[in-house]
Design a protein around this ligand. Structure first.
Ligand code: FES
Length: 189
């Protein structure tokens, strides 16, 4: 039986369902900063299963998304099965299992936003960026995803980009927000 309280143990046995042709040694794959943060989360949460979502967030924060290799390495580090961790990642829609852009637009498609202009906002984003749901712009800067209620119903329509919430959206304000972010990227280059 696996010990779920051990965190990133160096003596753990890799669960058989995790074995792949290119078996991963999490100590080689994850950075020391990632391992330290995951171990901290395990200590705070009390067990590896509970720390799964936090561990996924840690690695996503460093790498932008959770590849299959990342998932395997995190699961090995936590000493839980990759299937178990995949279940956590799938349930939590802010964990990206595919590569995403520098900015990830989560557009709320729940009822209040539908009643206050969601379709217009969606059309504007699609037309302005040339992408649909689940797609990323060719320059790798923006990904568009749908999202359930973001909690801004009284100021709908709403969206979230990289943890920042935007509300009371209009076609004009959405374009201004996106263009502002594009400028940020250009200034960083
Ligand atoms: S329905 Fe869109 S923020 Fe609640």
């Amino acid at each position: 039986m696996q010990n779920s309280n051990s965190g990133c143990s160096s003596s753990q046995i890799i669960p058989s369902e995790m074995l792949t042709d290119e078996d991963i040694d999490f100590r080689q794959y994850l950075s020391s900063a990632e391992i330290t943060a995951i171990e901290h989360d395990v200590a705070v949460m009390g067990n590896s299963e509970a720390a799964g979502i936090e561990a996924l967030k840690v690695v996503q924060e460093h790498r932008g998304w959770i590849s299959d290799d990342s998932l395997l390495a995190i699961a090995q580090c936590l000493n839980i099965s990759s299937a178990q961790l995949e279940g956590v990642a799938t349930f939590y829609n802010l964990i990206y299992r595919q590569q995403v852009g520098h900015y990830v637009i989560h557009l709320c498609d729940s009822i209040s936003c539908h009643l206050t202009g969601y379709e217009d906002i969606l059309h504007t984003i699609k037309a302005h960026l040339g992408i649909g749901y689940g797609q990323t712009t060719t320059d790798g800067e923006f990904t568009l995803l749908s999202n359930a209620c973001l909690g801004n119903c009284d100021k709908s329509p709403a969206m979230m980009i990289n943890k920042k919430h935007y509300h009371s959206l209009t076609a004009e304000s959405v374009i201004a927000i996106i263009n502002g972010l594009k400028q940020n990227v250009e200034q960083e280059l």
